[in-house]
Design a protein around this ligand. Structure first.
Ligand code: HEM
Length: 440
């Protein structure tokens, strides 16, 4: 494995300081310097302290890492840290228990079911539009989109709005991201039960998140109408087709928390980043506002392109279960493997002029390997909410752009790669009402 090239890093800490400073920048630089397969040393690399992770950036290697589950497993450092914080939902489970949950949960996200949420998404999109006057107000796109996605996932899950907890959830998601990302980069991870300041924060976040899930579920437990059509009643009623078994109350709670977390910050990010870029492209906005099939294709392509440049799930991990190879280099069993859509989405062999926002990359057909683009992962563990997210995103973009012209205020966003990619501060844009046809 020593043959794999990689940045020399700090003598004792390896890449940890560079990752703490700017992880995505460090990944991009090392990809430019060393190519499709890069070794990253965490810690000194001697005395059994720390470990070396290997990145697979080429789409062919990404495909193997995501598709070949006999070679690439999921019990990684990162997922263990997430699991400590948010429990045993679909995102963090492995093995047979994951398979059982997946069989049940995916019944909730079939194309027909997702289409059934169109009306509530449209209603929430209208509400979002109505919240702005259009007199040139400057709004924080991230806040606006987080509220929209939380309300959509809340209503889809529980059939009710979750406005009472939106503010607290927004705060907790930020804290969870910061503390668990820092914990992931620690070389010595003290057990969560030890009362270090960070562990205390993480435990407090965990307690408050579970309290929110319990409170919301309690409210729904007494819901008189078991026939109500929402994700929760379906989750409670769903049975594994193979065994006939359903999920226990605790399993349902962990899944619900997972949906609340995995299901809003990612989509809110995708929308924020897309609108930020569209806010500099009035020409594309005009074509979307014109409505019709071309506009529909373009709005979808804009979201896809937004997620190419700014993939909300910027990096994921696998661990090798057996000795294998990546890009021709031998890699030992037990190695952490980094997969980074952020880097692969900028691979110059597949994305010419990669830093330019250009939705036409996703209009019509283009020759490129399947895993040159992977905002939703792939293989058996691909995002279960993909169709839901895409529909949710296109509905609100169409509604907003039909009514307003969006002008980005300020220059570049600065982003922090926490569990998902988050803007560092407000992402401001000016929303001005479009002049309705015929009114001049
Ligand atoms: C733009 C929005 C979204 C993005 C970019 C996204 C991205 C991803 C990615 C990359 C994975 C796979 C991670 C890996 O393999 O390591 C994943 C898994 C998952 N996502 Fe999403 N997601 C989005 C929206 C949603 C929504 C709306 C939901 C649910 C309401 C959701 C629920 C999940 C769950 C439960 C998993 C775990 C699936 C499994 O391991 O079986 N996601 N997501």
């Amino acid at each position: 494995m020593s043959a794999i090239p990689g940045p020399p890093g700090h003598p004792l800490l390896g890449v940890v300081p560079a990752f703490e400073r700017d992880m995505l920048g460090a990944l991009e630089e090392s990809f430019a310097a060393y190519g499709d397969c890069v070794a990253y040393r965490f810690g000194p690399g001697w005395g059994g302290i720390g470990f070396t992770a290997v990145a697979a950036y080429h789409p062919d290697d990404v495909a193997r890492a995501l598709l070949d589950s006999a070679v690439f497993g999921r019990d990684t450092v990162g997922f263990t840290v997430i699991r400590e914080s948010i429990g045993d939902g679909l995102l963090t489970l492995t093995g047979e228990t994951w398979r059982r949950h997946r069989r049940i949960v995916q019944q909730l996200f079939t194309a027909r079911r997702v289409a059934g949420y169109g009306a509530l998404m449209a209603a929430e999109a209208e509400r979002t539009v109505a919240a702005t006057t259009g007199h040139g107000d400057v709004v924080d796109l991230h806040d606006l989109m987080q509220r929209y996605t939380l309300r959509v996932v809340g209503r889809a899950l529980f059939g009710d709005d979750i406005d009472a907890v939106v503010g607290e959830l927004q705060e907790l998601v930020g804290l969870l991201g910061e503390t668990s990302t820092a914990r992931r980069l620690q070389l010595f991870r003290l057990p969560l039960s030890l009362p270090t300041p960070r562990n205390r924060t993480l435990r407090d976040v965990r307690r408050r998140l579970f309290a929110i899930a319990d409170a919301v579920l309690d409210g729904c437990a007494h819901d008189a109408d078991p026939a109500a059509e929402n994700l929760l009643t379906r989750l409670r009623g769903a049975r594994d087709e193979d065994t006939g078994a359903g999920l226990s109350d605790q399993e349902i709670r962990d899944e619900v928390l997972g949906f609340l977390l995995a299901g809003h910050e990612t989509t809110a990010g995708a929308l924020t980043f897309t609108l930020h870029e569209l806010g500099r492209r009035p020409d594309i906005q005009d074509r979307i506002a014109a409505a019709g099939p071309e506009a529909d294709a373009l709005v979808r392509a804009s979201v896809m392109e937004g997620m190419r440049l700014y993939p909300p799930a910027h990096t994921t991990e696998r661990v090798t279960l057996v000795d294998t190879e990546i890009a021709g280099y031998p890699v030992r069993a037990g190695t952490q493997v980094l997969i980074s859509p952020w880097v692969t989405h900028r691979h110059p062999a597949f994305w010419p002029d990669a830093h330019r926002f250009d939705p036409s990359r996703f209009v019509g057909t283009h020759e490129r390997p399947r895993y040159a683009y992977l905002p939703f992962g792939g293989g058996a563990r691909a995002c279960v909410g993909m169709q839901f997210a895409l529909q949710e995103a296109t509905v609100v973009l169409k509604a907003l752009l039909a009514r307003f012209r969006v002008d980005t205020v300020g220059h570049d966003m600065t982003l922090t790669p926490l569990l998902t990619l988050r803007p560092d501060g407000p992402v401001n844009a000016r929303l001005t009402a479009r002049v309705p046809a015929g009114v001049r």
